[in-house]
Design a protein around this ligand. Structure first.
Ligand code: PEP
Length: 259
């Protein structure tokens, strides 16, 4: 199996002004020891992308956006296009985060349009999937995730699939302090990899980056990253302070893959 680079991504949600974002990044870069086998990504609010771009351009840290319009441009008040995000320094876009699905009513069909729009502009989508607590308790975890994956990746070619990152984020674990155990997460990650193999072939499946998200913190990162199919993490709360995000980025590797 080919070695996959780890991706450690911070999702700042609706926290930090541009000034606060700059302060975080300056402090973070001063303390970060870059490692070629680990990629670090920060997804700040869209209002901070432009000010962070010059700070991060020559750094090992990448920038991502939390959302994108499915349209190119036009009379869509309040929306931000993929072209604008790219010009502001984003390389990745989070698509279909559970907060967008559950608070703002994003459907699988809309999430799919966002994934395609992201790819159209040469950005990498992070397609988020995950079950709610009642769905897990009803034994429907895989049915839900399979549907979200299948719909989210509709019309995506094999070549495009190579650019897509998948994030498994069980809704019951997001912002609740309750993380999925590494074994529970690994089981779902394996199923996601099998799905990708059936859909796009073995090479895409083996090289695909599959992140876990949901109450990742300094206390659980080492165990999560030790799982063979967990290629990285999408971190909300614990990415908001420098010491905690640094500890996550500097996780202790126990992985066979040597990440
Ligand atoms: C997230 O926002 O994607 C997330 C996983 O949040 P938290 O780490 O706070 O659970």
């Amino acid at each position: 199996m080919r070695m996959r680079k780890a991706l450690i991504a911070g999702n700042w949600k609706m926290y930090k002004t541009p000034e606060e974002s700059v302060q975080f990044v300056r402090e973070f870069l001063q303390q970060l020891t870059p490692r070629s086998e680990r990629e670090v990504l920060i997804c700040p609010p869209a209002t901070s992308l432009g000010v962070l771009k010059p700070l991060l351009e020559k750094s090992p840290v990448h920038l991502g956006a939390q959302n994108v319009s499915p349209e190119d441009e036009g009379a869509f008040t309040g929306e931000i296009s993929a072209r604008m995000l790219k010009a502001s320094g984003a390389e990745y876009v989070i698509c279909g985060h559970s907060e967008r699905r559950n608070i703002f009513g994003e459907t699988d069909e809309l999430v799919n349009r966002k994934v395609k729009q992201t790819l159209k502009y040469g950005l990498k989508p992070i397609l988020c999937v995950g079950e709610k607590l009642e769905e897990r308790e009803a034994g429907k975890t895989w049915t839900v995730i399979q549907k979200q994956l299948s719909a989210g990746l509709t019309g995506i070619t094999r070549e495009q699939a190579a650019e897509v990152v998948i994030a498994y984020e069980p809704v019951w674990a997001i912002g609740t302090g309750k993380n999925a155990t590494p074994q529970v997460a690994e089981e779902v990650h394996q199923s996601i990899r099998n799905f990708l193999e059936e859909r796009f072939g073995r090479e895409i499946a083996e090289t695909a980056t599959i992140l876990y998200g949901g109450s990742v913190k300094p206390e659980n990162i080492d165990e999560l990253m030790a799982e063979a199919d967990i290629d990285g993490v999408l971190v909300g709360t614990a990415s908001l302070t420098v010491p905690s995000f640094l500890r996550i980025v500097n996780y202790q590797s126990k992985s066979q893959a040597g990440r």
